[in-house]
Design a protein around this ligand. Structure first.
Ligand code: 8YV
Length: 317
């Protein structure tokens, strides 16, 4: 009887490791759980989860012997941790192993948007260069103010990278950090007013939903670019789109947005917006480390050992 269920779209390597190492039963999506026979569900102790669909008490109740939900990703906002606590289910995530990749992508978004890399590459492919057509000048990055909203592990790495571009670093977090040379602001609005690039590096979930509100967006200078590598839920997207449509700010470069993978068509129509398909951690190397950490967490809990990267505590060992 299988003790582990793996839900989500895994690479072949991860899928093989999940079945080979853990004897996992693979399901394409969360909705498929309910269709499993009851005796099979009753034997499940671990759930390897990769996805962003909400996973709440109703799904947990389908697995009465569940001990651990091991999330593939650092952000676990899709998982109802209070419901897991109530059922004494441990939740684990995959922090640290993806920090560098996500920070690298934030820098890539800043440079790609400001230097108009995508239109410039298209200009070559389209033959416009050979024809001698005009290519508008782009915008400078080095020395511009970078505002980081949320100075956690990923935010700090973004700040370090952009400091190497001689960018003054401004940040907002609930409390000032020990970050000499970087300027703390006590509100997101104050940060926005001092940011040429506003980089959102918040955790997802209810506590940060809509933190980048209409007043925060209104506080941005006219040349500002909003960069998001965290979760779409952190932004009042209607307010952002309105500011972009009106030309009130220069642009946005977003790896995450509401309603993925079906972004708001108004975003798709905007020339000053660069959209990526949520690829912050999407490198061969990092995804392999995330998968391995997810599996180690499950193996530990099934053996009665403490998990390596627990989100909630007091269960699973
Ligand atoms: C996802 C992410 O895990 O780590 C996170 O929080 O958002 C990503 O790395 C990845 O898209 C797989 O769902």
């Amino acid at each position: 009887m299988t003790q582990t269920i793996a839900i989500g779209a895994y690479t072949d390597t991860d899928a093989q490791a999940l079945t080979g190492e853990l004897g996992a039963l693979a399901l394409p999506e969360l909705a498929a759980l309910a269709a499993l026979p009851e005796d099979q569900r009753n034997g499940v102790r671990a759930l390897a989860y990769k996805g962003h669909d909400p996973l709440g008490g109703a799904q947990m109740d389908l697995l009465p012997k569940l001990e651990v939900i091991a999330n593939f990703g650092v952000g676990y906002d899709a998982i109802d941790v209070a419901a897991a606590n109530a059922r004494k289910v441990l939740v684990t995530n995959t922090p640290d192993v993806l920090t560098e990749d996500v920070a690298d992508l934030a820098v890539a978004l800043i440079l790609t948007h400001a230097r108009e890399v995508v239109p410039a590459a298209q200009y070559v492919l389209d033959g416009d260069w050979a024809r001698g057509a005009d290519l508008p000048l782009a915008h400078k990055v080095s020395g511009r103010r970078v505002g980081i909203l949320g100075l956690g592990r990923i935010g700090q790495q973004i700040a370090q990278r952009m400091a190497a571009f001689n960018c003054p670093i401004h940040y907002w977090s609930r409390r000032p950090k020990d970050a000499p040379g970087w300027t703390w602001h006590d509100t997101p609005e104050a940060l926005a007013a001092n940011s040429d690039f506003l980089v959102i590096a918040l955790v997802g979930g209810a506590e940060t939903a809509g933190l980048v509100s209409a007043p925060v967006i209104a506080a941005l200078p006219e040349n500002a670019v909003v960069v998001n590598i965290s979760r779409g839920s952190t932004v009042d997207e209607d307010a952002l789109i309105a500011a972009l449509e009106d030309g009130r700010i220069r642009g946005a470069a977003l790896d995450v947005m509401l309603n993925e993978p079906n972004p708001n068509p108004r975003l798709l129509a905007l020339p000053n917006v660069l959209l990526l398909p949520h690829i912050g951690s999407a490198t061969v190397e990092t995804r392999a480390e995330m998968g391995a950490l997810q599996r180690r967490n499950i193996t530990a809990v099934l053996a009665g050992q403490p998990a390596e990267t627990p989100v909630n505590t007091g269960f699973g060992a």
